[in-house]
Design a binder for this molecule. Sequence first.
Ligand code: SAM
Length: 280
Amino acid sequence: MAGILYLCATPIGNLQDMTFRVLETLKGVDLIAAEDTRNSVKLLNHFEIKTPMTSYHEFNKYEKAETLIAQLKSGKDLALITDAGTPAISDPGEVLVKRAKEEGITVTSLPGACAAITALTLSGLPTRRFVFEGFLPAEKKERRAVLESLKEEERTVILYEAPHHLKGTLRELLENLGDRKITLCRELTKKYEEAPAMNLSEAVSLYEEKEPKGEYVLVISGADPNEKKEAQIRKFEEMTVEEHMQMYLDEGLDKKEAMKKVAADRGVSKRDIYKELLGE
Ligand code: SAM
């Protein structure tokens, strides 16, 4: 019978956040796959876990997944842990889970610490609807596309960021999203945990004066729907009726539909638009 893949969440800074179930599981499985074995050995020593460990990281995630799948198929139980937090969230775990499920292997997830959720809950920003973007892509074009999509995003946005990229990212966020609210969650669950709330412009100024240190989760307020509507109205007001019509005709609408849309956007009747177009 094939073994089970256990996804084990580990603390993100405070060892007391280890769960009993994860502890028992790590002791009981045949093998632990860890993102950084040198880092995880400290965790295993602290909890006196003697289970053998193997590495599973960004640079071997595809080939090593096959080795781990073969071990699972041979009946071994395997636990996956990452550097910190919940496996498969902004780390290579996703690849192994996908392969295991494709091979019909049982996968189970043992919940625990996750930096994104911890940050969201203490951000003071709306938590009912949120979007997790992980790290912004490093590749320029992809990064621009994500930033562009966030301009319209009304849900609270959660981002991960490394300290050496923080200043640049804050500036880019301000440029693209405007002066939204942000909570800078730093060193969560650790001795120097802090989560100051401010505006993006204040965050940019703050880090002009000091060097970012430690791990960060950025929680940013979503776009204000009223502001978006007002910006759109301003845009329409700056257009002539002809330009406004042309915008919809270019989108493929016929003249009648375009006129209906233009009238609705400008809060006037179709008849008014018709008269305006005739120059009356
Ligand atoms: N799988 C992990 C989880 O559950 O959150 C995240 C892994 S990701 C490679 C690492 C990033 O998570 C860091 O760069 C930082 O943005 C965030 N992070 C992890 N621990 C943190 C902490 N204690 N305080 C603030 N951010 C943290």
